[in-house]
Write a protein that binds this ligand. Structure first.
Ligand code: NAD
Length: 263
């Protein structure tokens, strides 16, 4: 299948590692010009260099904390200076701390909403004018399976991510006429450094083996394995493409069938 996105420009946030990096690689492999960001300058530059060498393309690597408006403004200025416009926006951020509802203060919820919801809204407001002007755009917001079924012990994440669905679904109805699709991806378990760390933390805490912890996760996944970052990257590349032009306003799970609901 020809994805037909060679030469388009994509902004990918929280991309020094994990899901964001996998998306950057998948789009780079399709010949998309990419601007990647994360908070740490040396980490994002290292990832940019790796992708540039591996795929033989230039990569714009910008340090940017997506909870800070001035950092997003700088990300926009540098991207527009280099590429002139933006066609694809993939929004992603770090996860908030784990814990149960009453472990937290109200201020913790405010911070989680800044990290997972407000940053995405700020990014959309920043880049959507370019998509409207050129009458072509793809907005893909990454969330979590928790938007379909709350997960135990991640109260901040469960609460702060659902607004992303309402925002993107609303937006998809308003700007579709400009040939802009807006969709949400909801991953289950994908084997990034974060998930590796979660497994190792549980091993230490519960004094059990790597196989015990991963077996406990996998028993709830019909495909009997944790997902690969490149599988997540492929889905985003597809949604970014001409081939997926008619998919709009959807929340797409990538979870090996872990979600048990019918809808
Ligand atoms: P990760 O820890 O491997 O990578 C997170 C990335 O986000 C890093 O590049 C980090 O530098 C960057 N980042 C964090 N805060 C940032 C900020 N304020 N501004 C800019 N960059 C920032 O995590 P991951 O596994 O890739 O997950 C990414 C997101 O997806 C997280 O929110 C996570 O909770 C969520 N998620 C992941 C999975 C999974 O299985 N990996 C499943 C569901 C949801």
């Amino acid at each position: 299948m020809n994805l037909n996105i060679k030469g388009k420009v994509a902004v990918i946030t929280a991309a020094s590692r994990g899901l964001g990096k996998a998306v950057a690689e998948a789009l780079a492999a399709e010949g998309v010009n990419i601007a990647i960001c994360s908070r740490n300058k040396s980490a994002i530059e290292k990832t940019g260099e790796y992708i540039s060498n591996r795929y033989g393309i230039e990569v714009l690597s910008i340090p940017c904390d997506i909870t800070k408006r001035k950092d997003i403004e700088n990300l926009k200025n540098e991207t527009i200076k280099k590429y002139g416009t933006v066609h694809i926006l993939f929004t992603n951020s770090g996860g908030p701390p784990t814990g149960k509802t009453l472990d937290f203060k109200t201020e913790d919820f405010r911070q989680a909403i800044e990290l997972n919801l407000m940053s995405m809204i700020e990014l959309v407001y920043t880049f959507v004018p370019y998509m409207i002007k050129q009458r072509w755009g793809r907005i893909i917001a990454s969330t979590s399976i928790s938007v379909k079924q709350p997960i135990d012990n991640i109260a901040l994440s469960n609460v702060s991510r659902v607004g992303v669905i309402a925002f993107i679904k609303t937006l998809s109805r308003e700007i579709g006429g400009y040939n802009i699709s807006s969709n949400i991806i909801a991953p289950g378990y994908i084997k990034t450094e974060r998930v590796e760390n979660l497994i190792r933390n549980r091993m230490e805490k519960e004094k059990i083996s790597y196989e015990d912890v991963s077996g406990d996760i996998i028993k709830n996944i019909p495909l009997k394995r944790i997902g690969k970052p490149e599988e997540f990257g492929s889905l985003v590349a597809y949604l970014s493409s001409e081939a997926a032009a008619y998919i709009n306003g959807e929340t797409i799970l990538i979870d090996g069938g872990m979600y048990k609901g019918l809808f």
